[in-house]
Ligand binder design. Structure first.
Ligand code: GDG
Length: 434
């Protein structure tokens, strides 16, 4: 948008008892911003409630953590309606509209109700669950109808698209064609996979920046001899598999005593959604487990785990990635996971590190050269960590080159261009990327 211009519309980040009707509108460069405040109660039920305590756990296969509160759902619909009404006066003829993520599924329905004829696309950044899970949502039919109201619906992976197709065919008696054309609830639309990627050159240049190098050197100075660093960077979220990761690390230290004193794991977990009780719980579990692990395995001159519960700038993170022999990305379920691709792009081509990656992260389909693990099988993850730490340089280079090539082939520009081509209805509709 910075290059081509357009309108970015969304929540301002502010809530109040009596928010103004009209959005704040301002321009920076070629981009116009339209931002609305939300009523405090609506926001809590819409965002903290339905978005983050119903849809987020459900779509990540955590039925055990999902709550189905009817007033949350009512607020979800109301806020989407409010977004659509505030957006309407800002739309111009010829606009195409691209809606992002699970907080905004009803937007096409609301916009169509207001008479908007523009082409509207939707991209889901998180997984789409198997129908048996989706069906537990009391409003599954309404949300699926909302999705069918878009012209283009985009998913991260073939698995997400397959689960959605199964739902369309078996629950809505719809039809799904090989080219992604779907018919259901009286609507015809296109659904496809558009794996999101990163701005590779940006990450490469950040990782070589003075700031990144300076921060990495500071860490290096605390690691005597050839001690190796492993790194994990995730929002502190129960989908990211942090407990299982720490258990696997403990298993490594227990089963491979030669690795003790040789390795340090730096786990950076940025605080996230702290008002949601399940996030407080995962934080307490991680704190307990970290204390346990360091208590049992630390020695007077070596501490195995550095657990940091603060966010860092992306530039600094790239410096940490570059100096880490192993990148650990082991979510239990993840739409794509960009940290994995950033780890790859930040490596030194002459001496790259190894990526240990969950098969349940969308990017496992892209990053073939990673060591792929089942994060629930902590024994196997421990063995894989040992293999990663012992991997000869030639194999590390070979694996990294393959990962770097596919990261480039599936970068953020490819993602954007493919989605927008399909949304515009260009004739040469893109094939699904691999
Ligand atoms: C959702 C889906 C999907 C910067 N500082 C920190 C930090 N960052 C940056 C990372 C990365 C981004 O935040 C995190 O992106 P992820 O993709 O890893 O994960 P989610 O936030 O869960 O994003 C995901 C994504 O949307 C895009 O479609 O890939 O599956 O869940 O760019 O550099 N990240 C963390 N700590 C920091 O201090 N964790």
């Amino acid at each position: 948008m910075r290059d081509s211009g357009g309108l970015w519309f969304g929540w301002s980040g502010e809530t109040s008892e009596e928010p103004p009707e009209k959005p704040k509108v301002f321009r920076t460069g070629k981009v116009t911003y339209g931002l609305i405040d939300l009523k405090t109660d609506d926001f809590e039920a819409y965002y903290g409630g339905f978005s983050n305590r119903t849809l987020w756990p459900l779509f990540h296969y955590r039925l055990d953590l999902a709550s189905f509160e009817h007033h949350w759902y009512a607020a979800y619909r109301k806020v989407n309606q409010r977004f659509a009404e505030a957006l309407l006066p800002l739309l111009r003829d010829g606009d195409i509209i691209w809606i992002h993520d699970y907080q905004l599924i009803p937007m096409a329905t609301e916009l169509r109700r207001l008479g908007v004829n523009a082409r509207i696309g939707f991209f889901l950044h998180i997984p789409f669950p198997t129908p048996e899970i989706f069906l537990t949502l009391p409003w599954h039919r309404q949300l699926a109808t909302d999705l069918a109201t878009y012209d283009v619906v985009g998913f991260q992976t073939g698995t997400d698209l397959r689960e959605f197709s199964l739902y369309i065919e078996h629950e809505l008696n719809g039809t799904v064609q090989r080219d992604g054309t779907m018919r259901a609830v009286g609507r015809t639309f296109h659904a496809g996979t558009y794996p999101i990627g990163i701005d590779v050159d940006d990450v490469v240049s950040m990782s070589r920046s003075v700031e990144a190098r300076k921060q990495a050197e500071k860490v290096r100075a605390t690691l005597p001899g050839d001690r190796m660093l492993m790194i994990g960077v995730d929002r502190l979220d129960y989908t990211k598999g942090l407990i299982e990761r720490l258990r696997a690390y403990e298993m490594l230290l227990k089963d491979y005593p030669s690795q003790r004193r040789q390795v340090v794991l730096m786990q950076i977990s940025a605080p996230s959604r702290e008002d949601v009780p399940e996030y407080l719980e995962i934080r307490q579990q991680v704190e307990l487990m970290s204390g346990h692990l360091n208590g049992v395995y630390s020695e007077s001159d070596w501490v195995p785990l550095r657990y940091i519960n603060r966010s860092h700038s992306r530039r600094v993170l790239t410096g940490f990635f570059r100096m880490s022999r192993v990148g650990l990305v082991t979510p239990l379920r993840d739409g794509m996971n960009l940290v994995a691709e950033e780890y790859v792009a930040a490596q030194d081509p002459d001496d790259p590190g190894v990526l240990v990656l969950s098969r349940f992260a969308g990017c496992a389909r892209i990053l073939e050269g990673a060591l792929i693990v089942n994060p629930y099988d902590v024994y196997h993850v421990a063995d894989t960590l040992h293999a990663a730490l012992s991997m000869p340089q030639a194999e590390r280079k070979d694996r990294w080159e393959r990962m770097m090539q596919s990261t480039r082939r599936n970068d953020i520009n490819v993602w954007r261009d493919r989605f927008l081509a399909d949304l515009r209805g260009d004739d040469d509709r893109s094939d699904n990327a691999s």
